[in-house]
Design a protein around this ligand. Structure first.
Ligand code: PEP
Ligand code: MN
Length: 275
């Protein structure tokens, strides 16, 4: 059976508009052939921490602001996020910077708190949480679906199909690294996934080199590789003080490193249009 998300099912690639319902904010299009850059801290920790990062990434040229409020951590003893209070801070950051926002949802019952969030992220751990996927298929906000670290590309597409078949065609896929025998890095970024998914589906595909490597030094080179390979966007963790971050500091980069990353990414974006 041909899936709704299959490349063959649609003549042209899907272009997902983000932030089109919010007042005053210019919608961001992902999948139109350009490169969209999503950036911000892994987790919202405080007003000051979020605002510093948000203004920093906005000035550097990010198109969307990411920041987690509900954090599904591996250990129950790790910081779990500021939850709905974090989302209130994210709304303030959105109105101060004018950037559309993305944040992770882990339970469909929290949807009312996400009213002002423009793009709903489903994390790697929830890629196969089918009741969450179905609920997100029954609402109209776009969904950013991250690949589980032990899931095949076909399984990722079937998860996207759960959302699309419920009536929401606005899905963006994200490669964020997979678990391999290599222990030197947190994950192995699967560069094949980018051009392979572009062959398999009409949905946009973005790359998350922060989780894909787990090491701040590797984020820029792997970002360049993902852009060259055809990614529709990058999602990058940026923190004003990575060493003090409550979550994922090891893989977070500073605003000045992020500024250099964007400059490089825009150059690779030009090169790839030649092949
Ligand atoms: C994140 O984006 O901060 C995150 C938790 O990512 P993943 O679900 O890919 O682990
Ligand atoms: Mn993270």
């Amino acid at each position: 059976m041909e899936l709704l998300v299959s490349k063959n099912n649609q003549k042209s690639n899907s272009i997902i508009k983000i932030g089109s319902n919010s007042k005053g904010n210019k919608p961001v299009s992902i999948g139109d052939g350009g490169l969209s850059i999503i950036a911000g801290p892994c987790t919202i920790e405080s007003y000051d921490q979020l605002m510093t990062a948000a203004h920093g990434v906005a000035k550097a040229g990010a198109n969307l602001l990411r920041a987690g409020a509900y954090k599904p951590r591996t250990s129950p003893y790790s910081f779990q996020g500021l939850e709905h209070e974090g989302l209130e801070l994210l709304s303030k950051a959105k109105s101060e910077t004018g950037l559309a926002t993305v944040s992770e949802i882990i339970d469909h019952e929290d949807l009312p708190y996400f009213e002002d969030v423009d793009l709903l992220q489903v994390g790697a751990k929830n890629m196969q949480n089918y009741s969450l996927l179905k609920a997100l298929g029954r609402q109209s906000k776009p969904v950013l679906l991250k690949r589980g670290w032990s899931n095949t590309l076909e399984e990722l597409l079937l998860s996207a199909e759960y959302i699309v078949s419920e009536g929401n065609p606005n899905v963006i896929l994200c490669e964020r690294g997979i678990r391999t025998f290599e222990t030197g890095t947190r994950n192995s970024f699967d560069i094949n996934a980018i051009p392979m998914l572009k062959k398999m589906t009409h949905l946009p595909v973005i790359a998350d080199p922060s989780h894909g490597t787990g090491m701040s030094d590797l984020v820029k080179p792997v970002s360049m590789a993902a852009v060259a390979a055809g990614a529709d966007g990058l999602m990058i963790e940026v923190h004003n003080d990575p060493k003090a971050a409550l979550c994922d500091g090891f893989q977070s980069i500073t605003v000045s490193q992020f500024t250099a990353l964007i400059t490089g990414a825009r150059q690779y974006e030009k090169i790839r249009s030649f092949y």
